[in-house]
Design a protein around this ligand. Structure first.
Ligand code: ATR
Length: 273
């Protein structure tokens, strides 16, 4: 049977095996999907062993995405732009192809929630790996403006300069931000520590869409805060998780699974509904 897995550390609580098993059942593909948690300095060896032993493809998550970028034989254009690889496929001619489906997953999830990206003003919080992966797919949707704000301003400036050729992207400090924005995307890891990016409440209004790439069984700190200040449309990163997985599955199997039912089952599994 064709073998796939996700590499990460920690990865024990990953939902990817659950999601891909449901995709395989839905599309009647015969495959198995597991998880491996190599020591942080043993990822390269673990990756080699997996493909030497007949593995067909894998996902890569924190903290290995940047390392995976350096280990594959060939990169897709979107992985090259993202500077990170979350999906690897062994092609028929034996080449390890590195791809990145995170940004496509974000955009697909935003669209499935009815968020309009064309001509919109987008505020992207954070300038780490998650922000980098989102930029090209977001700019491809032709927003009128995309502002990056980050605690360490120089990182936001670097990122804006790097993606400037793709669209109207600028960097501003949290203090400089002036609304109204149509969409705020939180790509920071602040919610992991229950913290908030230092955004002023005046930027939140009833028609704004709020997206947190993080998710949990209950609202993230950022989503709770935005709701408190009047945001009516809030979304967490669970849909992005399922959409990036669907995109990876399509890369591997050449068949696109449906995501709605799988997202519902995942929410049930997490106790969200
Ligand atoms: P990832 O790959 O998930 O993007 P990362 O590359 O470590 O992770 O980036 C984390 C991002 O969250 C950074 O933009 C970080 O800001 P700094 O560049 O200033 O470190 C941001 N971040 C983390 N904790 C934060 C907090 N409490 N408030 C605001 N931003 C925070």
């Amino acid at each position: 049977m064709d073998r796939y897995l996700v590499f990460g550390h920690p990865v024990r609580h990953s939902k990817s095996p659950f999601i891909h098993t449901l995709f395989a059942r839905q599309t009647q593909q015969e495959l198995e999907y597991g998880l491996v948690e190599p020591a942080v300095d043993e990822f390269a060896q673990a990756l080699r062993t997996f493909f030497d032993q007949g593995g067909k493809g894998c996902n890569v998550t924190v903290p290995f995405k940047e390392q995976a970028f350096t280990l594959v034989d060939r990169l897709s254009p979107r992985a090259k732009r993202a500077g990170a690889v979350n999906t690897i496929k062994l092609t028929d001619d034996g080449v390890l192809l590195g791809d990145n489906t995170d940004g496509a997953g974000l955009v697909a999830d935003l669209k499935s929630h009815g968020v309009t990206l064309a001509d919109s003003r987008i505020l992207l919080l954070g300038a780490g790996g998650a922000a980098r992966g989102a930029l090209a797919p977001l700019l491809a949707e032709l927003p009128s403006e995309l502002v990056i704000a980050n605690r360490t301003h120089t990182k936001a400036q670097q990122l804006a300069a790097e993606f400037h050729d793709l669209g109207p992207v600028t960097a501003q400090t949290y203090e400089q931000l002036a609304g109204p924005f149509d969409l705020v995307i939180n790509s920071t890891s602040a919610s992991l520590q229950g913290e908030l990016p230092p955004l002023v409440p005046a930027l939140i209004h009833t028609d704004i869409a709020i997206y947190d790439m993080m998710y949990g069984a209950s609202d993230t700190a950022f989503i709770s805060w935005a709701k408190q200040h009047g945001a009516r449309q809030t979304m967490d990163g669970l849909g992005m998780l399922v959409e990036q997985a669907a995109e990876a599955f399509t890369v591997w199997r050449g068949i696109r699974p449906g995501t709605k039912q799988v997202l519902r089952e995942l929410k049930r599994n997490l106790g969200v509904i």
